[in-house]
Ligand binder design. Structure first.
Ligand code: NDP
Length: 255
């Protein structure tokens, strides 16, 4: 039997990239996965279809995070999708993955209050209230996994505002790990390094070669490299890990 049979999962931002690979990883172990997206309906549909073609179960949910009402919209779709398929709204596994980045970076001198507020609205405010809203749905043995970044431990001035949001995400992990331990729920952070999410820069061999140098293994991460770590944390085998920062950067932080 697969280790996540009869479990349910929500992976925010799982139409593409690390989230899509995570949705597929959880579904491959038997979980019913809610594939969340905002704009890219076709990509969300492709992720659901890929899961179904592999014999798994998934459904998509649209919600715009970082807006008033976004989290409410997310949970209406989630609870309806779960109820239709399981007769309940129990959510065993929550992966806070959706995030916005400043891809090319912005010099600290040039960060605007609007950029800053947008980063915090999507990357911090949304996951906090998603966790708060999920508290009533998570059973004993539940799992929360928050996607951070190696940039909380690797100075990169052009990504200071983004990195600040990930520092805040790690605080969600610390404090909720304590809060939820009495219920047997674990809360952990997974920090990717540079990871191929299918965006255009990963089609430029010279750029990939440069980015590869940050990893001790001298390659960029693939989405599945991170997804496999997240999937492990969701299993019962990871029950003794909580409040942890899991370095999934391929050795980028070794210095
Ligand atoms: P992508 O940019 O490839 O995908 C982002 C996902 O989030 C998409 O599913 C997108 O939906 C969704 N999303 C974005 N903004 C919103 C929003 N406002 N409301 C709802 N959904 C939204 O992400 P990655 O795979 O690159 O990154 C995933 C996570 O990993 C992020 O938290 C990121 O910060 C972190 N990370 C990534 C690294 C990397 O090198 N890739 C490195 C370190 C950390 P849609 O498809 O509909 O647009």
């Amino acid at each position: 039997p697969m280790s996540l049979t009869n479990k349910t999962a929500l992976v925010t931002g799982s139409s593409r990239g690390i989230g899509a690979a995570t949705a597929r990883g959880l579904a491959a172990k038997g979980a019913l996965v809610a594939v969340h997206y905002v704009d890219n309906e076709a990509a969300a549909r492709e992720t659901v279809e890929a899961i179904e073609n592999d014999g798994g179960r998934a459904f998509s949910v649209r919600a715009e995070l970082g807006t008033t009402g976004g989290v409410h919209e997310l949970f209406l779709g989630l609870e309806q999708g779960l109820k239709e398929r399981t007769g309940q709204t129990t959510l065993d596994i929550l992966v806070n993955n959706a995030g916005v980045t400043t891809p090319a970076g912005v010099a600290p001198e040039d960060v605007t209050p609007e950029d800053f507020d947008r980063l915090f609205a999507v990357n911090v405010r949304a996951p906090f209230f998603i966790v708060q809203r999920a508290l009533g749905l998570l059973p004993e043995g539940g799992r929360i996994i928050n996607i951070s970044s190696g940039l909380t431990r690797f100075a990169s001035p052009d990504q200071v505002a983004y990195s600040m949001t990930k520092g805040a995400v790690e605080q969600i992990t610390l404090h909720f790990a304590r809060h939820l331990a009495p219920r047997g729920i674990t809360v952990n952070s997974v920090a990717p390094g540079i990871t191929n999410n299918g965006s255009a820069v990963f089609d430029i061999p010279e750029a990939v070669e440069q980015m590869a140098q940050f990893s001790a293994f001298k390659r960029v991460g693939e989405a599945v490299d991170v997804a496999d770590v997240v999937t492990f944390l969701a299993t019962d085998e990871a029950r003794w890990i909580t409040g942890a920062f899991i370095d999934a950067t391929g050795g980028t932080l070794l210095g």
